[in-house]
Design a protein around this ligand. Structure first.
Ligand code: F0G
Length: 467
């Protein structure tokens, strides 16, 4: 019955209170946090769209699984359930649990990447980029041109530019490219999917040159759903079958189970090469833990195993992707500039078009994120020059390609009326866009500065009431 609303395919089983602080309290919180929304207390936020990572609701079956978690140090039953589930979905042989995605990245890049190397990706996520750069290598983003233009419509804006990949390999040389990665969905590029055809082409190029091909698989199920909806030939395939085909093209993957694992913590590194797996496990033991738990409790392994089964349920994915699109449609219909089409896990507001009077050097996306909080207690995250601008030794900065505010939707957590409220806040900020000013950075860390930087409104002196 296509005319019926696509409803949440679950009912609420336990609740947590949320609250809107007064406007004076919000103002006070912003100043205390140095206008960095990472510095807010979560209780100061009413709808928290900072991230979809680890913030979702678990199902009753996941909670039930936690009660049967086996906490044995070595060889826990929960590990073998996890192993079977992950092997079943990915078809990859070697499965290494980690406490979250970036731990898998750090281990993989420590083993594979050395100083002077180049790692191509469609678009590196911030931790992925930082972990590549931490090895002294270059993290190169090769997404197709449409993927860099927020207003361009394309069914697979996360695709990698195959010609650019070929060109990079020719220029840099195979010896300096230890692996190629593709991120599904392409988070930093607007949560946009990658087509099976594109994955196949990347695989073909990598195979021809003997370069390992890895997926950053955080949102693999959402990507599989987009393939089912948009790629000819996949209409009648199940998300599980599509996911299996995606994984069949790669030599391995990194995964944050905080996204499509539907869990609050966890991740894994998977691959086919047994000798590389040995080197990875040796590092795992050094910092994460024994290979059958990798920094996780037995009950986490249970929650992830159950979550990985549930995330591939068609009813869940239909609701998930439609609910994100619902927010996108609502704000776009009112003329708010966003990345089109809607991403899988998030709606991305285009701050360059929203606040055209604020130059990139004054961080328009940061200004917009602050304003959404100031107006309605909604927390999003800047994905623009604060996160991806390049700071040079002489203090100047090259801005990021896009200035976006991401409104990431935690899985199975907010209802349609929560999302309606978010839409209203966005529209209310849009009405007074012309009066919003930019920011400057007054304090920053040498890498991943967006987490801890402090800002001050342009034109305001001092450090912004530091406490
Ligand atoms: N790769 C991608 C594409 C991600 O989106 C993330 C995390 C990671 C890797 C790292 O995983 O957090 O478990 O260590 N993204 C979160 C976000 C933090 O807000 O998008 P992690």
């Amino acid at each position: 019955m296509p005319y019926r609303t696509i409803i949440e395919p679950f009912r609420i089983h336990s609740t947590q209170e949320i609250n809107l602080p007064t406007s004076d309290e919000r103002e006070e919180a912003l100043r205390r946090a140095g206008f960095n929304l990472f510095g807010l207390h979560a209780d100061e936020v009413i709808i928290d769209l900072l991230t979809d990572s680890g913030t979702g609701a678990m199902s009753a079956k996941q909670w039930a699984g936690m009660m049967v978690g086996d906490e044995s140090y070595a060889g826990s039953r929960s590990f073998y359930r996890f192993l079977e589930t992950v092997q079943g979905i990915t078809g990859l042989a070697e499965i290494i649990p980690t406490h979250q995605g970036r731990a898998a990245e750090r281990i993989l890049f420590s083993v594979m990447v050395k100083s002077g190397d180049v790692v191509p990706n469609n678009t590196h996520f911030d931790t992925t980029r930082a972990n590549v750069e931490y090895q002294g290598a270059e993290a190169l983003d090769l997404v197709i041109a449409e993927g860099r233009d927020p207003s361009k419509n394309h069914p697979f804006k996360g695709n990698m530019d195959i010609e650019a990949l070929e060109r990079t390999i020719a220029e840099v040389g195979v010896d300096r490219i230890p692996l190629v990665m593709v991120t599904v969905t392409n988070n930093s590029g607007g949560g946009q999917p990658v087509s099976m055809e594109n994955l196949r082409s990347v695989q073909e190029v990598c195979h021809r040159h003997g370069i390992p091909f890895f997926l950053d698989a955080c949102r693999f199920a959402e990507n599989a759903w987009f393939i089912k909806l948009r790629e000819p030939g996949y209409e009648d395939r199940t998300p599980r079958e599509i996911a299996a085909e995606m994984f069949s093209l790669v030599d391995g993957c990194t995964m944050s189970a905080k996204k499509d694992g539907l869990a609050n913590i966890g991740g894994f590194l998977a691959m086919n090469d047994p000798s590389m797996a040995v080197a990875c496990r040796n590092l795992l033991i050094l910092t994460e833990g024994f290979p059958t738990y990798g920094g996780l409790a037995g009950y986490d392994l249970e929650a992830i195993s159950q979550g990985l089964e549930e995330v591939l349920d068609e009813r869940y994915l239909r609701y998930r992707i439609r609910s994100t699109e619902y927010l996108a449609d609502k704000v776009a219909a009112a003329g708010v500039p966003i990345v089109r089409p809607a991403g899988g896990h998030a709606v991305y507001l285009d701050a360059k078009a929203f606040l055209p009077h604020i130059p990139p050097s004054e961080y328009p996306a940061q200004a917009l994120a602050v304003e959404l909080y100031r107006d309605g207690g909604v927390r999003g995250v800047e994905i623009g020059s604060v996160m991806f601008g390049t700071l040079h030794d002489d203090g100047t900065e090259t801005p990021a390609q896009m200035e976006l505010v991401r409104l990431a939707i935690p899985r199975r957590t907010y209802t349609q009326s929560h999302i309606d409220y978010v839409g209203e806040v966005v529209l209310s900020v849009a009405e007074r866009a012309g009066s919003i000013g930019g920011y400057r950075i007054v304090e920053q860390a040498p890498w991943l500065r967006h987490f801890t930087a402090r800002f001050a409104p342009v034109g305001e002196q001092g450090l912004g009431n530091r406490r």
